[in-house]
Design a protein around this ligand. Structure first.
Ligand code: FPP
Length: 237
């Protein structure tokens, strides 16, 4: 192992930010930024597969994003519809398992149908897991987990002392997905915005100045190089 590759990197989680600013800078409507952003999603997913990443989690739409203008929400939902119908076909054919995390009951029924179908059809794929956070908010996820545990306790199925980190993790949408090793946010903003709050307890964070529509394989490779130079101690000396 070279000093350039000393850290285990199984799971990268990305906050794809900067579509709007990319479009504004070019004098284009925000929808053009989202469209170009969807292209970057394809390129980066392909790159992650080529670089041997086992899990890639992308923040496609947050629970807070529902508060954007109806026009922008519609643009994003239409892009997602297209993405689920056609773009994920390529991904699926390349041996990628697809998972969705988030509040499904807020999404249109046709979108939810397609999500279920993709998850079922790709369940046996082993090359990489692409996890798409859709209508996702970490605080909702954690509260839902607490509710499930409270229900089990109320029914007498568990005792309070049975609740531990493993049980709690298993109640989250990300059950069976290892925690991210690296979280990347594009566009220079330095926030985690309700993304995988439980799961990123020990993740390395990287804030890239690149606006999401310009994010490509080279950007990802440079970030991985930086990650490999870091020393991860998990709270140990
Ligand atoms: C943020 O840019 C981006 C999002 C709202 C989520 C990511 C969406 C995409 C990449 C497009 C569609 C996705 C798929 C999977 C097809 P922003 O609008 O917040 O940018 P700004 O901060 O510059 O306004």
């Amino acid at each position: 192992m070279t000093s350039e590759a000393k850290n285990t990197l199984r799971h990268i989680a990305i906050i794809m930010d900067g579509n709007g600013r990319w479009a504004t800078k070019k004098g284009l409507p925000r929808s053009a930024g989202h469209k170009k952003g969807a292209e970057a999603v394809k390129a980066v997913t392909r790159a992650a597969g080529e670089l041997g990443i086992e899990y890639l989690t992308l923040y496609a739409f947050s629970t807070e994003n529902w508060q954007r203008s109806p026009e922008e929400v519609n643009t994003l939902m239409d892009l997602l519809r297209d993405y689920l119908k056609s773009d994920l076909k390529e991904v699926q054919d390349n041996g990628v398992r697809i998972r969705f995390i988030g509040e499904r009951d807020m999404l249109a029924p046709d979108i939810v149908e397609n999500m279920k179908k993709l998850e079922a059809e790709t369940a046996g794929n082993m090359k990489m897991t692409l996890c798409i956070a859709l209508s996702y908010g970490s605080r909702h996820e954690i509260v839902n987990a607490a509710r499930k545990i409270a229900m089990l306790a109320k029914r007498g199925d568990i005792l309070p002392e049975d609740v531990d980190i493993k049980m709690f993790s298993d109640m989250l949408y990300t059950k069976d997905i290892p925690d991210p090793d690296l979280v990347i946010r594009s566009s220079g903003e330095q926030r985690v915005s309700n993304y995988l709050l439980w799961q990123i307890a020990y993740s390395e964070l990287y804030f890239s100045p690149v606006l999401w529509p310009d994010f490509d394989k080279e950007t990802l490779e440079a970030i991985i190089k930086d990650f490999n130079r870091r020393e991860r101690r998990y709270g140990k000396a």
